[in-house]
Design a protein around this ligand. Structure first.
Ligand SMILES: Cc1cc2nc3c(=O)[nH]c(=O)nc-3n(C[C@H](O)[C@H](O)[C@H](O)COP(=O)(O)OP(=O)(O)OC[C@H]3O[C@@H](n4cnc5c(N)ncnc54)[C@H](O)[C@@H]3O)c2cc1C
Length: 377
């Protein structure tokens, strides 16, 4: 199972590169796969897709429908990008034809939709370099793989992302034991537990409201009385606090961690004046947002606009010929950072790439209802 089962090394689900893995959907299904290897071990493909988030996965489908083979590389050790790593159990309401679908379920369906095209997945490895190579591009990964592709689709979302970690002494040991976490992958793990939640945004408020029904105790720590979360949920939090279902520790901030042998027993809080108190806790959930870094992508001579890659809207091509950017990482006037917009960009990029892979061959636009899914039984 590739989705929704992200390992939690140090309680940091899929947020740092895991051990490099290769997953070939084509081999798994006993079909020809989407790559060829030369004697040096270099992987040759039509299109290299950087990022296995929802948009990168759908790009495999769109490329496949146009007979283009894909290798997909992701720094995380599971498919699904933000949907799988950050909100696998949260329903998404604005995916067309799905009134509600959880993040992990959406990823599982995208993986299944791409499977007939036998993508070759290189997971747990970050693409470090992108250099021109003849009529294509050569990519090298932190896992030691080299991929040569005629075109590249960068679907790298926010780039390499990770949580903003509070500067607390000894926090690494509690991260390793799961005492301190930055995201929730399985709500049930908190049943009967004493949970301190730090932060004032949507994640902190949403999880406080969700966990109050199963946790032994939920304490929300925030520096100021006003929450940045959606007004409706912030009001629900205050109502739950008034009913005694949640304790609000305001105005406090995190000051220290108590416990032994990596096992968390309490969280020390302090006011801005330095008054401290200890709250007994089995878990600290710190929701201070994500640090988004382009990582190596920033060094690839791409035209950037405020940490995003500027593209030509009609083709999604970047300033580098044959290199395209789609999904959250791409920007142009009117861009909406929504999964559904990324899906549309994937289709447009695939059509723009087709003449590079099949020069001189006319592309006759066809509906999927007309041609079916090539290769699918
Ligand atoms: C809590 C939350 C709720 C959301 N709710 C909604 C919603 O209701 N509706 C909606 O439309 N959107 C929602 N979003 C936004 C949505 O998740 C994003 O728009 C979507 O994930 C973007 O998909 P993507 O494939 O472009 O990028 P991502 O999902 O960010 O995936 C990018 C992938 O690229 C990988 N990567 C980055 N750099 C490299 C590199 N150098 N080498 C290898 N791999 C790399 C990353 O590891 C990551 O897996 C939500 C986001 C959050 C955080």
């Amino acid at each position: 199972m590739r989705v929704g089962s992200i390992a939690l090394p140090g309680g940091r689900a899929g947020l740092s590169p895991g051990p490099a893995t290769v997953y070939d959907a084509g081999l798994a299904q006993g079909r020809g796969h989407g790559v060829a290897s030369d004697s040096t071990g270099m992987i040759e493909t039509d299109v290299a897709v950087i990022g296995a988030g929802p948009v990168g996965l759908f790009a495999v489908f769109e490329c496949g429908m146009l007979r283009m083979r894909c290798v997909v590389i992701d720094a995380l050790d599971a498919l699904g990008g933000q949907c799988a790593a950050l909100y696998p159990e949260k329903p998404i309401y604005d995916i067309p034809a799905h009134p509600a679908i959880e993040g992990a379920a959406l990823v599982a369906r995208l993986e299944a939709q791409a499977a007939p095209f036998a993508p070759h997945y290189l997971l747990g490895q970050r693409v470090e370099t992108l250099v021109a190579d003849g009529d294509g591009w050569r990519l090298s990964t932190s896992g030691g793989a080299t991929v040569r592709a005629r075109a590249v689709i960068i679907a790298a979302g926010a780039g390499a992302f990770g949580p903003n970690r509070p500067p607390l002494a000894g926090i690494e040991g509690y991260e390793a034991s799961g005492g301190v976490r930055y995201l929730v992958t399985r709500r049930e793990e908190f049943r009967g537990k004493r949970v301190v939640i730090a932060g004032g945004g949507d994640s902190a408020v949403d999880w406080a409201l969700s966990l109050k029904d199963i946790a032994a105790k939920v304490v929300v720590v925030h520096r100021r009385p006003k929450f940045r979360a959606a007004p409706e949920t912030a009001a629900q939090l205050e109502a739950a606090a008034a009913r005694g279902e949640i304790e609000l520790a305001i105005p406090y901030q995190l000051h220290g961690l108590a416990g032994a042998d990596g096992r968390l027993s309490g969280v020390e809080l302090a006011t801005l004046k330095g008054e401290t108190r200890l709250v007994e806790a089995d878990h600290l959930l710190a929701f201070f947002g994500l640090s988004m870094e382009l990582g190596p992508i920033a060094d690839w001579s791409l035209g950037l606009d405020k940490h995003h890659i500027a593209v030509t809207p009609a083709t999604l091509e970047t300033n580098l010929p044959g290199v395209y950017a789609i999904g959250d990482i791409a920007t142009y006037p009117g861009k909406l950072k929504l999964i559904l917009q990324g899906f549309s960009e994937a289709a447009m990029a695939a059509h723009a790439i087709h003449p590079r892979i099949f020069p001189g061959e006319a592309l006759h636009f066809e509906y999927s209802t007309t041609k079916g899914v090539p290769g699918a039984s």
